[in-house]
Design a protein around this ligand. Structure first.
Ligand SMILES: Cc1cc2nc3c(=O)[nH]c(=O)nc-3n(C[C@H](O)[C@H](O)[C@H](O)COP(=O)(O)OP(=O)(O)OC[C@H]3O[C@@H](n4cnc5c(N)ncnc54)[C@H](O)[C@@H]3O)c2cc1C
Ligand code: SF4
Length: 341
């Protein structure tokens, strides 16, 4: 690991001051950042901050009511505390299910909400310092396109990168229209979840629209009461725990008797950001919640999808998972029970 200095910030202003200088990075649970700093042999490392700012003492760890019937999730609240919080479990069961589908109990106890948004791709080449990778070293190339791409994207790719964003939590946050609140020394701003992560385009080194020196303070979930009764998160992976999604789908329906009043669908494991196409949701309005309607929505969601060889199977898998998630949601939400930490 490269040498670095370390500060523990006691309040947000102190953290922002420390983050404004040089190649400083905040550290929360450390479950992704430390792995990336340790990869390779010094003086290498996939991420090479020269200063770490511990943000765990900033007090941004609450889950609480937001004005207008929504919920405020602190950036430093742990993934487990968020998933098992009574307000999340009862009012956003889709989010609870998505978080609990990720990683392992130990990791969810450490991982923070802010860190989850900023975790980096799991593309093998990104972690392998012996290979080129446009995301790690811009301009060096993308060996994944003709190489090991079983895990990688089928939608929104560019000639420069076909990586996926690996988070489960973010797929539900996208379906629920979360808003990311950030602060910097220059002030504060709100970023709609749709605009937080980005597609690779010709700058695959940029995963999101957060600016240097900005700190995520919290997320706000708007009221989603109409989707509580009918939601599901389906994650397809190579083993039942401790594995990233090959494809995942967050689905929520608002049903009026036998008719769909509103729908939300977001996909994980298929693109550089959680994938959502609102046109697919509009197409479901007024329809009966059946396989034909769900398959037609999948057509819209997967428009333009393409495989790169090893990941061709995702074209069929994504379609089937969309239909399965919507069918499961239509049957009724399964609420997370108990606490398994
Ligand atoms: C073996 C393994 C399996 C996993 N499986 C899954 C899985 O199946 N599904 C899934 O979704 N995730 C999975 N994860 C990823 C895990 O969820 C993330 O590592 C975790 O959410 C990151 O949170 P953290 O607090 O540890 O972040 P850190 O590692 O501390 O930070 C990650 C990044 O976020 C930045 N950061 C952190 N907080 C803030 C903030 N408030 N403002 C600005 N920047 C910030 C850091 O500087 C760093 O760049 C897995 C991880 C491991 C190691
Ligand atoms: S897909 Fe992206 S992260 Fe993977 S090798 Fe290509 S440029 Fe790097």
């Amino acid at each position: 690991m490269n040498p670095f200095t370390f500060t523990q910030a006691s309040d947000v202003d102190a953290a922002l001051a420390a983050l404004a200088s040089g190649k400083a990075r905040p550290i929360a649970g450390g479950t992704n950042l430390l792995d990336l700093m340790k990869s390779g042999v010094p003086p290498d490392g996939v991420m090479r901050p020269d200063h770490l700012v511990d943000i765990n003492r900033l007090g941004l760890d609450q889950v609480e009511e937001a004005p207008g019937g929504g919920l405020k999730l602190g950036a430093l609240a742990r993934n487990a505390d968020t998933a098992y919080h009574e307000l999340v479990r009862s009012r956003y069961p889709l989010l609870s299910a998505a978080i609990l589908a990720g990683a392992s109990p130990q990791l969810r106890n450490m991982a923070s909400n802010g860190g989850n948004l900023l975790q980096r791709t799991r593309c093998y080449y990104f972690y392998d310092l012996g290979t080129p990778c446009n995301k790690r070293e811009p301009g060096t190339g993308c060996p994944a396109k003709e190489g090991l791409n079983r895990q990688l994207a089928i939608l929104g790719t560019s000639e420069h990168c076909i990586a996926t964003h690996p988070s489960d939590m973010c797929v539900a946050l996208r379906a629920l229209d979360a808003v990311v609140h950030v602060r910097s020394q220059g002030g504060q701003r709100e970023i709609p979840f749709a605009d937080f992560h980005r597609l690779p385009g010709d700058q695959p080194e940029l995963d999101n629209t957060l600016q240097p020196g900005e700190l995520i303070t919290h997320l706000v979930l708007p009221d989603a009461a109409r989707f509580v009764a009918h939601s599901a998160y389906i994650k397809v992976r190579e083993r039942l725990s401790y594995a990233f999604a090959l494809v995942s789908v967050a689905a929520a329906l608002d049903l009026d008797g036998g008719t769909i009043r509103a729908a939300r669908i977001a996909l994980g494991g298929v693109a550089h950001k959680p994938w959502r196409v609102e046109e697919a949701e509009s197409a479901l309005v007024g329809k009966k919640p059946d396989a034909a309607a769900f398959d037609a929505a999948a057509d819209i969601l997967l428009r333009g999808a393409r495989g790169y060889g090893e990941n061709d199977y995702k074209l069929t898998l994504a379609r089937n998972t969309i239909v399965q998630a919507l069918t499961t949601a239509a049957r009724g939400t399964e609420f997370a029970k108990g606490e398994q930490r």
